[in-house]
Design a protein around this ligand. Structure first.
Ligand SMILES: Nc1ncnc2c1ncn2[C@@H]1O[C@H](COP(=O)(O)OP(=O)(O)O)[C@@H](O)[C@H]1O
Ligand SMILES: [Mg+2]
Length: 353
């Protein structure tokens, strides 16, 4: 069974508090959609609305084109993995993985079929050798693989993952991230909704990212679109790092501090206040187009790169540079630059006072 997910103006409230506000979002069949946003922005709530654990105050949820808003969780054919594994401690790995299949009543899944599917799910998650163990005999990463195997055993059309890597340490996380990408290649028909507050996970795994902020969908697009041309300041700073400079729109450029910067101002009204977004890794050191002259306030050596914090007309500009042979020192006067095509003009927001 395969099919996409559609939120049609879904609102969820707890005690009159709206925590998900008229969410409209479509996840295409076989697509990986990341729900990215800070803690408390409503991501888990959106996921639970799909799973059927929370009833929307208004709006509809569709799975594979079917309205499932009134259906109980077990009737939705969904696999779900949450942050804290949630394996049954008294059951062996194979029993944990078989759980969802054994729970099926009509039609009942035959024993031989359960065995086949459990073996298949454990194989897919690299846990075939651990079938007889108990959860306490596994590492955190292995437990999470079992949780994923359990979700896959029912052969779900839709897989919901809620911060599945956040309980793991950094090294394990990046390994599991690659594993999840491989799993998706092996199961291209499964639609995945992946909740995370980690931009790296969203950028590496997702076909598209839905950015959430305070119960609302703020932006939705491919990682590349959101990174290259974020539509707003929140998205700019949440998907990648961003320098956000308060500017005033001129003709063919913007005024910043005492100077003029050449950038594309199409669609912006001359005289309007706006925010210029420039990614730190697209800022260069030395003379070039669009000069920014300032004082080095901090310099960090990060192995492959140097990060410079430069004060320009009272604003902080970050430049991530390939490791410098002869880095400037704290307090040095430097010139930075960026190419006009590497800047994006956003509607004014928090950058202005
Ligand atoms: N069962 C609940 N009862 C009351 N408030 C809740 C409940 N679940 C979540 N909330 C509130 O809803 C908001 C969104 O929560 P959640 O969807 O878990 O956010 P996220 O997953 O993005 O961190 C938060 O303010 C949270 O405190
Ligand atoms: Mg959450």
């Amino acid at each position: 069974m395969s099919g996409g997910i559609r939120f049609d103006s879904v609102t969820v409230a707890y005690d009159g508090n709206v925590v998900l506000d008229s969410l409209d979002l479509t996840v295409e069949p076989g697509e990986v959609m990341a729900l990215l946003g800070p803690s408390g922005s409503g991501k888990t709530t959106a996921l639970r609305a799909v799973a059927g654990f929370v009833r929307p105050a208004s709006g509809r949820v569709f799975l594979g084109g079917r309205d499932v808003t009134g259906l109980p969780p077990y009737a939705r054919g969904i696999g779900m993995v949450v942050q804290q594994y949630a394996l049954f401690p008294h059951m062996r790995v194979e029993e944990n993985v078989a759980f969802g299949l054994k729970a099926r009543k009509s039609p009942k899944v035959p024993r031989a079929e359960i065995r086949t599917r459990v073996a298949e799910a454990l194989e897919m998650t690299g846990m075939a050798g651990y079938a007889r163990r108990y959860p306490r005999e596994l590492s955190g990463g292995q437990q999470q693989r079992v949780a994923i195997a359990r979700a896959l055993a029912i052969r779900p059309g839709v897989l919901l993952l809620d911060e599945p890597l956040s309980a793991l340490d950094a090294r394990l996380r990046s390994g599991m991230l690659a594993e999840l990408a491989r799993l998706h290649r092996e199961l291209p028909d499964v639609t995945i909704l992946y909740v995370t507050h980690d931009q790296v996970e969203a950028l590496t795994l997702a076909d598209r990212i839905a950015v959430m902020d305070s119960a609302r969908l703020q932006a939705c697009g491919t990682p590349r679109e959101l990174y290259r041309a974020p539509g707003d300041e929140f998205t700019a700073s949440f998907v990648g790092n961003a320098n956000l400079l308060p500017v005033t729109v001129g003709s063919g450029g913007v005024a910043f501090g005492g100077g003029e910067l050449k950038v594309d101002t199409e669609g912006a009204a001359p005289g309007a206040r706006a925010t210029l977004c420039v990614r730190p890794h697209l800022v260069g050191l030395g003379e070039g187009p669009n000069r920014l002259a300032g004082t080095v306030r901090e310099i960090q050596w990060r192995g492959a790169t140097h990060r410079l914090y430069v004060e320009v007309d009272g604003h902080r500009v970050i430049a991530d540079l390939r490791e410098l042979r002869d880095p400037p020192a704290h307090g040095d006067e430097v010139t930075l630059h960026f190419a006009p095509e590497d800047a994006t003009l956003l509607a004014a927001g928090v950058g202005h006072d």
